[in-house]
Structures are given as structure tokens and as C-alpha cells.
Design a binder for this molecule. Structure first.
Ligand code: PLP
Length: 344
């Protein structure tokens, strides 16, 4: 099976499994799992933040960030297709108790002017909720895996400082943003109060994310992790994979980006609707409406031909490159898409 559904589906490589099986573990709730402590230090160091916290998922990292930065009744600015708004089960409302003000991005990228307009005015006879936090998603998943230009990030973080707001970067795929733009990761995340990133996506780990920020932020976040049941025990097995990934799997994200563009270019040649400009990292959103087939038929045909893929709308498929897709697998997928046209 050539599994293009997500970069979360990749399996640990033999080398990563060796790191996992030879890990010397402790108990992270007691604070003596040395590999987890090492992973957290390493992640904080790479991002240029004081400290980091290992958590089971990107969703938990984001939810802890919301809880740590806000109080119930505050308001958070989010992009309308963002993961925190769309795909975290409404956790912002039930866990942090915040309301949300949405900004419609262009391919997921928010315009700083619109972010500014979304900030509630102060005062107002206590009528308004209090804007407290701006969240930015980089890369923007539903935008196509798009990368925030640095000047846009700077405008948003400067705006936040000027308005005394906090900023959180949902950097589930922020290493893809760094590799694609060629900008140092430390610079990309520099002015954000907190950053989350996932080990379990392009970096190829089976589980895990890190939440990074100042010492005081992480101390507070630690308590929210506990409340959510995210304090785990022999996490060294997972941390061993994470350390391996941070050392070996960042640069190779470039291969995924090259393959995504190759897929996009081939499919454009076959007549599929793709905005090549939005293929900046490892994702390709494919408009299949020209086939005049039901989406289930399209997905079933691909599956019967060993290509697994998911729909992102009634017209679009999303193909994601990852460690489990090599050049041969990519070519096979391209061939199957070419054949798909022949059944119409
Ligand atoms: C942008 C973004 N943020 C957060 C997450 C959540 O990660 P997880 O699936 O580990 O909860 C995802 C998952 O796809 C994502 O794409």
C-alpha cells in the first residue's frame, strides 16, 4: 500500500526501532526518565526556547498551550481552517473555556491587518470578551502545507507585543517550514511565547510532540499536562525515537517536499486541479471534480490499486509525502492517478 493519507502514518525505521529497544528508561512522572529529559532539553535548544515538555500528541500540546496562556472567558484569535479550531474536538471551549475569533486566511496564511481587526477593543462596558492569545499554524495544514513568510510572522508577533497579547505557534510541521524556506528554525519561532511541534509526522516517530516556551510557561504547562492525563511513565522508549528523529530526520524533509512537487506537476499534466504555488512542503491538495466521479468511487479505485488517500472536501483529495514514500512508491501512485482518468 502506498499510504498518502497523512505523514502521521509512517512507521519507525529499523534504526529508530533499535534506538527504542535499547533505551534505558526511568519514570517520567517521577522526573527520572533521563532520555525524556534529554529530548526536552534538545528540543528547547533547537528552537532557542528555555524549556520543553514532552506530550503524547500535537492536540494535547496545543490544548495545554491554550490553557496555560488564557483564563476561561478569554478570547483566542485563530485562522478559520486551523487545526485548533477545526480538528481538536472543540477542546478550546471545553478545556480552556475560551471563545474564538476567526480570521480567514489566504491558503491558511492570516493577514496581520485582519488579525489586528480581530482584536477586541478594550473597555466597552465589559461587553466584549478579552482577547488574550493569537495562534498561528505554520505550516498551515488546510491551507496546503503553506509556509508563513517571515515578515508576516514578525508583523503578527509585533502586533501581539504592542497589544500585550500572547502568541502560540502550532508548529506541528514547523520543521517543514524551516526546510522549505531555508530560514533557521530559531528565527521562525523566536518571537512566539510558545511553540508546539510533532515528532509523529514528517519526523517519523510513532508518538509524541513537544511544547516549548519559557521556564515559567513550561512549569505551568506541566500541571495542565497532568490534569489531561498526559503524564506518562517509561517515556524513554518514545524519547529515544524523538532524539533519533531530531538528529537524523529533519534534513530529509526536503525529499518529501521534492516528491510532493513531482506529484503535483505530474497530476497537473494529467489535468487534475492543483495550485502549484501552494505546494510548498509535503502536501498536495488535488481537485478531482473534472473526473465527474463520486468521491467514494475515486477513493475506492485508488485503494484497489494500492494507493490509500483521504478526501479533504467533496472535491479534493489530500496527498501527503513522508518517510514511508520512496521514489518507486511515488511513481506507482502517479501511474495509478493516470489510470484513474481512463475510467471516466
Ligand atoms: C497543524 C496541526 N496541528 C496539530 C495537529 C495534531 O496532532 P496530533 O494528531 O498529534 O494530535 C495536527 C495533526 O494533523 C496538525 O496538522
Amino acid at each position: 500500500m502506498i499510504d498518502l493519507r497523512s505523514d502521521t502514518v509512517s512507521k519507525p525505521t529499523k534504526e529508530m526501532l533499535e534506538c527504542i529497544s535499547s533505551a534505558k528508561v526511568g519514570d517520567d512522572v517521577f522526573g527520572d526518565d533521563n532520555l525524556t529529559l534529554k529530548l526536552q532539553d534538545q528540543a528547547a535548544g533547537i528552537l532557542g526556547k528555555d524549556a520543553a515538555l514532552f506530550v503524547p500528541s500535537g492536540t494535547m500540546a496545543n490544548q495545554i498551550a491554550l490553557q496555560t496562556h488564557t483564563q476561561a472567558g478569554d478570547e483566542v484569535i485563530l485562522e478559520s481552517g486551523s487545526h485548533i479550531y477545526m480538528y481538536e474536538g472543540g477542546g478550546y471551549a471545553s478545556l480552556a473555556g475560551v471563545s474564538v475569533k476567526l480570521v480567514q486566511g489566504d491558503r491558511g496564511i492570516m493577514d496581520p491587518v485582519e488579525v489586528k481587526n480581530a482584536i477586541r477593543p478594550p473597555g466597552g462596558l465589559s461587553h466584549y470578551p478579552k482577547t488574550k492569545l493569537i495562534c498561528v499554524e505554520n505550516t498551515a495544514n488546510a491551507g496546503g502545507g503553506t509556509v508563513y513568510p517571515l515578515d508576516v510572522l514578525d508583523s503578527i508577533t509585533n502586533l501581539a507585543v504592542g497589544k500585550n497579547l500572547k502568541t502560540h505557534l502550532d508548529g506541528a510541521r514547523v520543521f517543514n517550514a524551516a526546510i522549505s524556506s531555508g530560514i533557521d528554525i530559531k528565527r521562525i519561532v523566536r518571537d512566539f511565547d510558545s511553540v508546539s511541534f510533532c515528532l509523529s509526522k514528517g519526523l517519523g516517530c510513532p508518538v509524541g510532540s513537544l511544547l516549548c516556551g519559557s521556564y515559567s510557561f513550561i512549569k505551568k504547562a506541566h500541571r495542565f499536562r497532568k490534569m489531561l492525563g498526559g503524564g506518562m511513565r517509561q517515556t524513554g522508549f518514545l524519547a529515544a525515537a524523538g532524539i533519533f528523529a531530531l538528529e537524523k530526520n529533519i534534513e530529509r524533509l526536503e525529499d518529501d517536499h521534492i516528491r510532493a512537487r513531482k506529484l503535483a506537476k505530474s497530476l497537473i499534466d494529467f489535468g487534475y486541479g492543483i495550485c502549484l504555488d501552494s505546494v510548498e512542503t509535503n502536501m498536495v491538495y488535488i481537485d478531482v471534480s473534472f473526473l465527474n466521479l463520486k468521491m467514494e468511487v475515486v477513493i475506492e479505485f485508488l485503494k484497489k490499486n494500492n494507493v490509500l488517500i483521504a478526501a479533504s472536501s467533496d472535491k479534493h483529495l489530500r496527498a501527503v509525502m513522508h518517510l514511508g514514500i520512496n521514489n518507486a512508491g511515488l511513481q506507482k501512485a502517479i501511474d495509478v492517478f493516470q489510470n484513474l482518468k481512463t475510467i471516466t
